[in-house]
Write a protein that binds this ligand. Structure first.
Ligand code: ADP
Ligand code: ZN
Length: 680
């Protein structure tokens, strides 16, 4: 008997081992158990998982090693998730052990016991069905759309179905999740909810806590490893009826899966940007089909991928067309800064509106997606710009700390007193960041508080909590924020939102940039006027007549998305085609490019073989990354595109096998990125 093992480290392939010395007990099916095995040159044993039992091995018997120990008596994952891990491995083309690592908490990856942690042992655990006191629904009179949405989800419980719950911010989507979840819990099952960022939106979590009296397992990176494991156990053993977390929670086993929810399904944070490049929404969709569970994707601004799936009849659309309660839609004003005097990027009109709203005792939000004081320091006589030595990027000037920061590698330096190149003049700050706006508006409106929310001032959850509680007092003030403020918040007294400088999206080389811009405008704009007072949005752009912007503002996000989809179709871009990026990087200036050129040439020679004739892929590149040098690495990529996913995966598998067999594979770091979300 031979056992095929996935080693829990980044190595491709599975490895054959012999059973341990004292054998395997006959009544245990060992698939899915963790083991310790000798691996490579390491003196200590490595953790692995048994994937398959075989009666022969390609490896000669004298080369085979014995399993050191079997760690579990039961499989660490239910069989559905065992299959999901295999899907992750095939779909994202990652080493099998890396896929397994996504499912297992650190403790289990490192070979420790799967028993309850000590501190939990002290608490008494009752079975979930008995702990779940029926939940207390607030006295909310649901509107007809909410009622119908909840009914349709309830009707699907117990079988796989994908819903797109579409509705503007404040239309009552969360209320729909809450009531659907209530039904799930009453059936003795569990609900798993993915949210973009828990630390940034404590409100979402507290709404769940307030509504349900049962145990919530909360999984995100902000908690300690021990707490994480405890919550993971609660979910796995079925003791937590509600499991809520960020993208990594998509992999948490549930004993009684009943319903999956992905809130803000369009959000980029669901895509992992290091290690296995998985998309949590897509993983959860596959999981829902394996576990036979309905899944609800919620968004005010669904991704084009999701809308495309709705058009193809794969997802069921459910719409909440109005704002819940009394709130009405916001009024939008477009301002071209070219036609007006601006100070720190704020036009006269916007300045007037700010003072009006403040005088009416309302709150104002100014959004700018750039931290710091000035985008760069520049020499007016010779044109010198302060740039990062390790990245292809300008250094951002931070006034208060008087430093130059690279926002990519996070290195910091002191600004030079004179131009380092021509020694002529002091360098001049150009471009605007949140720090500069803060200075300007505090001079304009000294009697009002300014709450700035960006990564420079908010470095831990307590700082955010304190900033948010200031806003929640409702006193008139100015909120100033980056991306950090765009999601999930509900500020009752906020009536004016100013969005500054969105124009980069119109120049960007990333074909997704306009989709993201539309989502951002709707999301940030959606913060205004969420209660009884009407909201107002001021959008500053040099392209006020841009057709896409006009469509977005006059006909709404859906029409905007339709226009973008038509463009994507014409240009044969996703979601009408599928892409995989092969990304490489090296400290050596040419190696990434050389490695990818090797892959490209391999694929050209494969194309001459008859079996490839029917499998059409299009290979573009290699090209340097948009920011070629980052943190000291030179980066390049190859885009592999096909209209049929099967062809695409077939190709990547073949190329991967070729690369694995060649010593060139170690000449640069590389990774395969299935369904890339950003051009890097
Ligand atoms: P979304 O998740 O779409 O942003 P929420 O579910 O958070 O919307 O609802 C926005 C606000 O309206 C919340 O304060 C919520 O309690 C309230 N709300 C939701 N549904 C109703 C309703 N039918 N009647 C009155 N208020 C509602
Ligand atoms: Zn840098």
């Amino acid at each position: 008997m031979f056992l095929q093992i996935a080693i829990l480290s980044p190595v491709f392939g599975l490895f054959d081992y012999l059973p341990p010395k004292d054998g395997l007990s006959a009544d245990v099916l060992p698939i899915g158990l963790r083991v310790l095995v000798p691996f490579g040159q390491k003196s200590t044993a490595t953790t692995g998982v048994i994937i398959q039992i075989k009666d022969s091995s390609d490896c000669p018997l004298n080369k085979l090693k014995q399993i050191t120990a079997i760690l579990d008596t039961d499989p660490v994952l239910p069989s559905t998730l065992f299959h999901l891990s295999q899907w992750v491995c095939r779909y994202y083309h990652c080493p099998p052990g890396e896929a397994w690592n996504l499912f297992l908490p650190k403790r289990l990856r490192s070979g420790k016991t799967n028993a309850w942690p000590l501190r939990a042992g002290k608490k008494k655990h009752k079975d979930h069905s008995s702990t779940t006191v029926p939940t207390v629904s607030e006295a909310i009179q649901l509107n007809e759309y909410q009622v119908s949405a909840i009914d349709r989800i309830r009707d699907s419980l117990g079988k796989f179905n994908t819903f797109l719950l579409e509705g503007i911010t404040g239309s009552g989507k969360t209320e729909v999740y809450l009531q659907a979840i209530e039904s799930v819990i009453k059936q003795g099952k569990q609900a798993l909810i993915l949210v973009p960022e828990i630390a940034l939106t404590p409100q979402t979590l507290s709404r769940f806590e307030q509504r349900f009296s049962c145990t919530l397992a909360v999984l995100h990176s902000g908690v300690s490893e021990a707490t994480r494991f405890y919550h993971w156990k609660m979910a796995t053993e079925g003791l937590a009826p509600i499991v809520i977390g960020t993208r990594s929670a998509a992999f948490v086993p549930l004993k009684h899966p009943g319903l999956f929810v992905v809130d803000e399904e369009h959000d980029l944070s669901f895509k992992q940007q290091t290690g296995v490049r998985y998309h949590a929404r897509d993983v959860l969709l596959m999981r829902a089909s394996l576990e036979g569970c309905p899944i609800v994707l919620g968004s005010a601004t669904p991704s084009l991928e999701t809308l495309h799936n709705v058009k193809q009849g794969k997802y069921t659309p459910v719409t909440l067309p109005n704002r819940a309660g009394n709130a009405t839609a916001s009024r939008v004003t477009l301002i071209n800064p070219r036609n007006e005097k601006t100070v720190s990027g704020i036009s006269e009109t916007l300045r007037h509106k700010i003072s009006e709203h403040l005088a009416n005792h309302r709150q104002v939000l100014l959004f700018l997606n750039r931290r710091g004081y000035a985008a760069l320091l520049y020499c007016e006589s010779c044109g010198f710009k302060a740039r990062c030595k390790r990245c292809d990027a300008s250094l951002v000037y931070h006034h208060k700390k008087n430093c130059l920061k690279c926002h990519h590698c996070l290195s910091t330096t002191t600004p030079p007193t004179a131009c380092p190149k021509c020694q002529a003049t002091p360098l001049k700050p150009v471009g605007i960041g949140t720090e500069k706006i803060e200075k300007t508006v505090s001079e304009w409106f000294p009697e009002y508080a300014i709450v700035r929310i960006d990564r420079d001032v908010i470095q831990h959850p307590e700082a955010l909590q304190s900033a948010l509680s200031t806003i929640h007092t409702g006193v008139p003030l100015i909120i100033l924020g980056t991306q950090m403020i765009s999601k999930g918040h509900h500020f009752k007294n906020l009536t004016l939102v100013g969005i500054l400088d969105i124009d980069a999206a119109f120049y960007s080389a990333d074909f997704r940039s306009q989709e993201r811009l539309g989502q951002l405008i709707m999301q940030v704009g959606g913060r205004a006027g969420r209660e009884k007072h009407q909201g107002e949005i001021v959008l500053q752009t040099h392209f006020p007549e841009h057709p896409l912007l006009t469509t977005l503002l006059t006909s709404g996000y859906k029409a905007f998305a339709e226009a973008l989809l038509a463009e994507r179709m014409a240009m044969e871009l996703p979601p009408y085609t599928h892409q995989i990026l092969w990304q490489a990087e090296s400290k050596h200036a040419t190696r990434a490019n050389e490695l990818l050129t090797w892959i490209k040439n391999k694929s050209l020679s494969l194309m001459r073989q008859p079996e490839f004739n029917t499998r059409h892929v299009h290979i573009m590149g290699p090209v340097p990354a948009l920011m070629e040098k980052k943190i000291g690495y030179y980066r390049a990529q190859l885009v592999v595109q096909a209209s049929d996913r099967k062809d695409l995966h077939y190709w990547i598998d073949r190329l991967l096998a070729e690369l694995q067999a060649s010593p060139i594979r170690t000449s640069a770091r590389w990774v395969i990125n299935t369904d890339p979300q950003e051009v890097l």
